[in-house]
Design a binder for this molecule. Structure first.
Ligand SMILES: [Cu+2]
Ligand SMILES: [Zn+2]
Length: 195
């Protein structure tokens, strides 16, 4: 019987104290990470223009819980494939070079399908998107869903950082590889604006 009394007096309180200490630690550390849930329902829009300033379509963005739905409605393109990429600066003037490089908040390398990407590694720039394809009349419709960006300014991969972002349509399609393929001139540009 004395063994049972030692158990009650020493072991049980020690277990209770340990559980309380672990509980406090979990509560203190749980709030320290970035909040990863975006504000669902945010929307944005980019009015595309040609290099000569003509309106050539609209790109709409809708924030969902696991990523952003992007809907492109473009006209005035040469028939065939065109790279369609979010660029790091929300500017299309004095020329489309003002949009800068591909939106890349994680410091990744270009390419949606990079042969070097291993499980858990970054798969290309956050702004890299699949190509769009224009029909013979120059129009293109495409919907994309990507988890690489957010419209929520509270998150680090928000396209609404200090200098905003722009969507660029290129002359040629992206080959999706590890080096930026020659996508030619920037044939349409639109500053992405919150709605
Ligand atoms: Cu580009
Ligand atoms: Zn890229």
């Amino acid at each position: 019987m004395p063994v049972r009394w030692e158990f009650a007096i020493f072991v049980v309180p020690a277990v209770i104290v340990t559980v309380i200490v672990i509980g406090i630690f979990v509560l203190l550390t749980a709030g320290s990470g970035e909040v990863v849930e975006p504000e669902v329902g945010l929307t944005a829009e980019a009015a595309l223009e040609s290099p000569s300033g003509d309106p050539v379509g609209t790109v709409t963005f809708r924030q969902a819980s696991s990523g952003v739905l992007i809907m492109a409605d473009v006209k005035g393109l040469a028939p065939g494939g065109h790279a369609f990429i979010i660029h790091e600066t929300g500017a299309c003037s004095p020329d489309f070079g003002a949009a800068g490089d591909h939106f890349n908040p994680t410091g990744a390398e270009h390419g949606l399908v990079h042969p070097a990407w291993k499980r858990g590694e970054s798969g290309g720039h956050s702004g890299d998107l699949p190509n769009i394809y224009a029909a013979s009349d120059g129009s293109a419709r495409a919907d994309f869903f990507t988890a690489g960006i957010t419209l929520d300014t509270a998150l680090s991969h928000s396209i609404f950082d200090d200098d905003g972002s722009a969507i660029i349509v290129h002359e040629h399609p992206d080959a999706y590889g590890e080096t930026e393929s020659d996508t030619g001139r920037r044939v349409a540009c639109g500053v992405i604006e919150p709605r």
